[in-house]
Design a protein. Structure first.
Length: 444
């Protein structure tokens, strides 16, 4: 069936009902200089069958992770998503659910959020978790504001090895409240501890760390924790949740707040979003936590029930008293993380982390054997950076072999260019890794 346009008589009748004579009168408020002086460049109408075929042809022009071997890093990772994740997400009671204000109508959604909070607490070792944030960057920025409010200090230190986009979000969030943000330089891919010690003082609310950091390197988190706590500030650490399958949970090295991006937990690459940000903290910081928390309680008859417990945002209390002005969250993405973690379990998460670690180090050793020089030589988890002759040229060469790697480091750290970031997850096979090395072998 094709679209049938209105007849001239029908158009005149509609205009007449508005007290107008011509179409031009309808748009008289639009300045002449910005009006399009030609017909729209649109094709003629198509049937539903024709539209589906046309859209399929357009979609086929895009590449996908199913057709390419993905070694992309920098915060978005090609981990395997079990089929059950999308099966649960596509249930209408989840993907159409709004904020569960009415507990009596929202027990399923509330329970799923409570389960999510419980799992994030178990991962991080901390006491409380909120019901998710937008992404890792906004979670880190909210943690900076929370640390300032808790300590009543107006300066935060952020390591230069924290993801550049995370640091940008932190600066945006702290600009309005006029919070001083000081970047701490790095040395050989990790924080310069001597410089950090010089910068920490009794006005420092928190140190913001990423572990593993943007370069994939492991930071000396125990020493950083000692330095900031000696000045009664807070340690805020952004972590890769997959790494927590084998690395110490943040609570064990003294983190007061742990945040991160949950994309790796059952959420696809999706061209870079949407993501979810997780946010965990010590129990005594609960009333300063942004967003909302779901709690477990009992009704008057003793039955278990789930409710929104703390909702200290501007929709619920006076705006000036709100801990955050965040007006939504990523509940569906958090549900994906919940289903993922419940599916893989503790042993599965450890196995995924170990495979990512081992395969990344196999890739690293193969490339070093081919004559490539690492940008940094410290311990790393699943991501590392190697020096190359030309970032764009090598990226395009890999692309011709259906291999995606990068990004080039010049985009974020021009002083370190040219170099290429390579991330390896449990999905990569020996054959895929060897193919990457073979293609790169001729461009040392």
């Amino acid at each position: 069936m094709k679209y049938t346009p209105h007849t001239p008589d029908e158009v005149r009748e509609m205009l007449s009902s508005l007290g107008l004579n011509t179409i031009d009168e309808l748009f008289s408020d639009i300045p002449e200089e910005i009006k399009l002086k030609r017909p729209l460049n649109l094709p003629s109408g198509m049937s539903e069958l024709e539209v589906k075929k046309h859209l399929a042809n357009l979609a086929a022009k895009n590449g996908s992770a199913d057709k390419y071997t993905v070694f992309l890093g920098a915060g978005v990772y090609d981990h395997y998503v079990p089929a059950v994740v999308n099966h649960i997400l596509l249930r209408s009671e989840f993907y159409t659910a709004y904020t569960p204000y009415q507990a009596e109508m929202s027990q399923g959604v509330l329970q799923s959020i409570f389960e999510y909070q419980t799992m994030i607490c178990e991962l991080t070792g901390l006491d409380i978790t909120n019901a998710s944030m937008y992404d890792g960057g906004s979670a880190l920025a909210e943690a900076a504001l929370m640390a300032v409010n808790q300590t009543r200090r107006d300066k935060v230190l952020v390591l230069a090895t924290v993801h550049p986009e995370y640091r940008s979000v932190v600066k945006t969030y702290t600009w309005g409240p006029e919070i001083e943000v000081v970047e701490v330089p790095y040395k050989n891919g990790i924080v310069d501890l001597e410089k950090l010690e010089e910068l920490i003082d009794d006005k420092t609310a928190a140190v913001l760390v990423q572990h593993p950091n943007f370069f994939g390197q492991l930071e000396p988190v125990e020493e950083i924790s000692r330095l900031i706590h000696a000045q009664k500030g807070l340690l805020v650490v952004a972590v890769d949740p997959i790494s927590l399958g084998i690395l110490k949970p943040p609570a064990e090295y003294g983190a007061d707040i742990a945040v991160g991006d949950g994309q790796a937990l059952g959420n696809g690459l999706s061209f870079g979003g949407p993501h979810l940000g997780f946010f965990a903290a010590r129990k005594d910081l609960a009333r300063r936590m942004p967003g909302r928390l779901v709690g477990l309680t009992t009704d008057k008859e003793g039955n278990r029930g789930f409710v929104l417990t703390l909702q200290a945002r501007e929709q619920h209390i006076r705006r000036e008293k709100a801990t955050s002005n965040i007006c939504s969250n990523q509940a569906l993405n958090a549900l994906a993380a919940t289903v993922y973690l419940a599916t893989v379990g503790k042993k599965g998460l450890k196995e995924i982390a170990l495979q990512s670690l081992q395969k990344a180090h196999y890739t690293y050793e193969r490339l070093i054997g081919e004559g490539y020089e690492p940008l940094f030589t410290g311990p790393f988890f699943k991501e590392f950076v190697v020096k190359v002759k030309d970032e764009e040229e090598i990226t395009q060469k890999l692309l011709k072999h259906n291999i995606l790697a990068g990004p080039g480091i010049s985009r974020f750290y021009p002083e370190l260019a040219p170099a290429l970031m390579i991330a390896v997850t449990e999905k990569r096979t020996r054959e895929e890794i060897d193919s990457l090395v073979e293609v790169l072998g001729g461009d040392r």
